[in-house]
Design a protein around this ligand. Structure first.
Ligand SMILES: O=C(CO)[C@H](O)[C@H](O)COP(=O)(O)O
Length: 211
């Protein structure tokens, strides 16, 4: 099991400072969608250049032109790029084909997918690397989480790794770990804490003990 730090509400300078603080405890750094919107793919390049030993995920939430957008994120140094599960299969397949050229990985974000198990089966057959259940900020505001969705996709996904994101905190991490995802994604659960290093270290310990 791996731990991914999601950076959403920071600029490039703040992102570097944050990663420096917790880099020993995480496996992947996510350059979140708001950061890409504000700073562009320069943010991906800046973090990859500063932390070459960490994997960098570009949370582009691609919805169209999968091949082209994956190519651009790959050029910027992203190791993993996200595509939306509600996209057309051709978008997801285009993303996978482009990622294979440069040994990059595709994560499909299942945010707002209605027929979750059926869609997870279809997406798994497209050869993606990760399938991620996700309660976004708007869902979190309505009190939702994705813990049950993780168990649902775990039942049907045979090839891809599974991931979970959305409002995970130190207190809820043990419940998440019980469902045995391959990757746990945490944003505010680390970045919003006074002692980020301590929380990240405790989370890493739980994640490593999980598998
Ligand atoms: O993709 C995202 C929002 O769309 C976030 O990066 C993801 O939800 C993780 O952040 P948090 O733990 O703060 O919810």
């Amino acid at each position: 099991m791996e731990l991914q730090l999601a950076l959403d509400l920071v600029n490039i300078t703040e992102a570097k400072e944050l990663v420096k603080e917790v880099e020993a405890y995480i496996d992947i750094v996510e350059i979140g969608t708001p950061v890409v919107i504000n700073e562009g793919l320069h943010a991906v390049k800046a973090i990859k250049d500063a932390f070459p030993n960490l994997k960098v995920l570009a949370d582009l939430k691609i919805m169209d032109a999968g091949g082209y957008e994956v190519m651009k994120a790959s050029e910027a140094g992203a190791d993993i790029i996200t595509v939306l599960g509600v996209s057309d299969n051709s978008t997801i397949s285009g993303a996978v084909a482009e990622a294979r050229k440069s040994n990059k990985k595709i994560m499909v974000d299942m945010i707002n997918v209605q027929n979750l198990e059926q869609r997870a089966i279809e997406i798994d057959a497209l050869g993606v690397d990760y399938i991620c259940v996700h309660s976004g900020y708007d869902h979190q505001a309505a009190g939702r989480n994705s813990f049950e969705e993780l168990s649902a996709i775990k039942r049907v996904v045979k090839n891809a790794k599974t991931a979970i994101a959305g409002g995970i905190k130190l207190e809820t991490l043990p419940e998440v770990i019980k469902a045995n995802p391959d990757l746990v994604i945490v944003g505010g659960g680390i970045t919003g804490q006074a002692d980020k290093k301590k929380v990240a270290a405790e989370m890493q310990q739980l994640v490593k003990a999980g598998a």
